[in-house]
Design a protein around this ligand. Structure first.
Ligand code: ZN
Ligand code: ZN
Length: 287
């Protein structure tokens, strides 16, 4: 089922600062209604008080987050190729009349956002609603605040202290500064290293997916601490959000943007392959 979602403007701005990572974390169980290939449409309030269409996430999967995750129980994984973030400040991006009158959703409060609070923040849409939104969105300009970054190298640099070499971040201006500040100041590098040490101790340096044991075979340390919700997407630098992976699994997970579900502790790849965490002493299942 297609869905309409009210992205609270404070959350929208926070998420935008990190660069949208084609994910949406949300508490409403209604999120589970969105199936693969269906759309989650999001709108938000602009600074001038108008409501604008913010995104169309074409769903790859909806998973459960870690039980200790702060920003919502469910995660919508958007299709990287088909999802879009719109320029909310574009003059013609005034979506309130459309939401109030052209869609089947009920929205009667004086201030539009008040009709979309709590569980009412996420609403089911009909096929016709979806068609109307698609037509409205057709010519909307996209925002450049959405992107994909070479996160594994980000993480490697963060963890191994190669902070001088920043060529990977091909961003400019304010957004680059914000991200750099997040990676090098907000995220505690010492803690990140400590977490990786802890993972190596917990698993004797073995990959949690395939149990590959580099010490036994080569007497060297090869596995990487992976952040399940990538740091560049605003993921937390806590053990809860980390797994120890061999370089092959680490690269595959990043290249494919594999979906991780805490309900099953499984990575799902886009070709349909699923690989579970076989060694687990620290990740808690979500129920
Ligand atoms: Zn592995
Ligand atoms: Zn990683």
């Amino acid at each position: 089922m297609h869905l309409l979602y009210h992205w609270r403007s404070d959350n929208y701005r926070r998420d935008r600062r990190f660069g949208f990572g084609f994910h949406l974390n949300q508490n409403s169980p209604a999120m589970k209604e969105a199936g693969p290939g269906e759309s989650v449409w999001a709108f938000t309030r602009r600074r001038d008080g108008l409501y604008a269409l913010a995104a169309e996430l074409v769903v790859r999967a909806v998973t459960l987050n870690s039980p200790n995750y702060r920003y919502g129980r469910f995660r919508v994984w958007g299709d990287l190729g088909r999802s879009r973030y719109f320029d909310v400040d574009a003059p013609r991006n005034n979506a309130e009349p459309l939401i109030r009158r052209a869609l089947s959703v009920r929205a009667e409060a004086d201030v539009l956002g008040r009709s979309f609070q709590g569980h009412a923040a996420v609403r089911p849409l009909t096929a016709e609603d979806h068609r109307v939104l698609s037509a409205f969105a057709r010519d909307l300009p996209h925002t450049r605040a959405a992107g994909i970054f070479a996160e594994d190298e980000f993480e490697a640099r963060l963890l191994f202290g190669e902070r001088a070499r920043t060529r990977l971040i091909e961003e400019s201006g304010e957004r680059r500064d914000v991200r750099m500040q997040y990676l090098y100041e907000t995220v505690d590098v010492t803690r990140a290293r400590r977490n990786v040490e802890t993972l190596h101790e917990l698993y004797d340096g073995r990959c949690q997916i395939c149990e590959f044991d580099p010490y036994a075979r080569y007497a060297v340390r090869l596995c990487n601490g992976h952040h399940i919700e990538w740091l560049s997407r605003g993921g937390d630098d806590v053990l809860d959000n980390m797994a120890l992976l061999c370089p092959n699994h680490h690269a595959a997970v990043h290249k494919d943007d594999a979906v991780f579900d805490y309900a099953t502790l499984t990575f799902a790849f886009s070709n349909g392959r699923r690989e579970g965490i076989r060694l687990n002493r620290h990740l808690e299942r979500a129920a």
